[in-house]
Each structure stands twice: as C-alpha cells, then as structure tokens.
Write a protein that binds this ligand. Sequence first.
Ligand SMILES: Cc1cc2nc3c(=O)[nH]c(=O)nc-3n(C[C@H](O)[C@H](O)[C@H](O)COP(=O)(O)O)c2cc1C
Length: 176
Amino acid sequence: MNKMKKLIAYYSRAGNNYVGDKIMNLPVGNTEVAAKMIQKLTGSDIFRIYTIKDYPADYNETTEVAKQELRQNDRPELTGHADNMVDYSVIYLGYPNWWGTMPMAVYTFLEAYDFSGKTIIPFCTHEGSGMGRSESDIKKLCSDANVLKGLPIRGGSVQGAESDIADWLRKLGEIE
Ligand SMILES: Cc1cc2nc3c(=O)[nH]c(=O)nc-3n(C[C@H](O)[C@H](O)[C@H](O)COP(=O)(O)O)c2cc1C
C-alpha cells in the first residue's frame, strides 16, 4: 500500500459554460465533479483554487477575460494558501482547458509552492482540446517535479467518467 500523503488541488468555474454543443448553467463545475470522484476513490485531501476576482457570469465574456489574461501572462490573485504543502508527495492537479492550457490561476498556484521531488498528476476537463499544452506548461513551471501524463475528460461526459478515472488511477498504481 502506498502511504504517501496526497492532495487534490483543482480549479473549476461553475455556472454558465459551453457543454457538448450548447451553453448551459452548471451548478457544480465539471472539474470539481472529477476532483470529487478522485477524492472518493483515493481518500486524498482536497484544496480548491479560488481567485479573489470572479470571472463574469457570462461564458463568452469569461472567454474574453481569460484570453486577455493568457496574452498578458497574468497571475490572478488567489484567496487562500494550501497548508502543509511540504507534507504531500503526490498532487493531483485538476483544471478546465482554457484556450489550450490551464487557467492562469493554476499558474499562480504552481508558482506559490516548491514542488521539487513531488509527483504531479494532472487531470483536465475540456470540450475537444484534451490536455492541450497544459502538461508541458506544468513541466516548465515545476521543472523539478515528476509530472505524469494526465487524464483528459470531456466536460459534457464527466458525470459518467468515474470508471475511466478509476481505470486511470489503477494503471498509475494509485488505487488497487
Ligand atoms: C474561458 C474558457 C476557455 C475555454 N477554452 C477551451 C479550449 O480551448 N478547449 C476546450 O476544449 N474547451 C475549452 N473550454 C471549455 C472548458 O474546458 C470545459 O467546459 C470544462 O469542462 C469546464 O470545466 P469547469 O466547469 O470545471 O470550469 C473553455 C471554457 C472557458 C470558460
């Protein structure tokens, strides 16, 4: 049994979003649904990455703000700090694909801690772009971490993704 301490850290934006082929309102964000499934399967601790400034309620307006943040290489300020990061050896890092990579808030998060020697296991919800370039962006930000191949999950299919998530965790040796 693997007794290393593990943390699920994720960013997710509930509300007005593009799912399948239409705009709808998600009471719980897709990445949060996936994060909770991983928590249920692994029993890991969980930390939600929140920005101080909210994104617009409207999906299209949010895509514009996010595009601008990416262009400017912004680091949106976060509301909180994960305690005792030093104790964790494995970090499951979850985020939606925004413009082919992670939301800039996840960049802020990754720069706030020392991940050297830790294993980062990414998972990403998306509507067609998969992991995009997020895995190589994580490697650039955390060059001394062991960044494993991530799991892309279709946002619109996340409610039925638990068995795929379990298979992935089993292949990684994270669960039995
Ligand atoms: C600002 C923004 C940008 C997005 N860019 C992409 C993209 O480039 N490729 C893609 O497949 N999906 C994109 N999406 C769709 C999200 O990745 C998808 O809806 C995801 O499941 C949302 O997760 P969440 O509910 O946890 O925030 C974008 C959504 C938003 C809000």
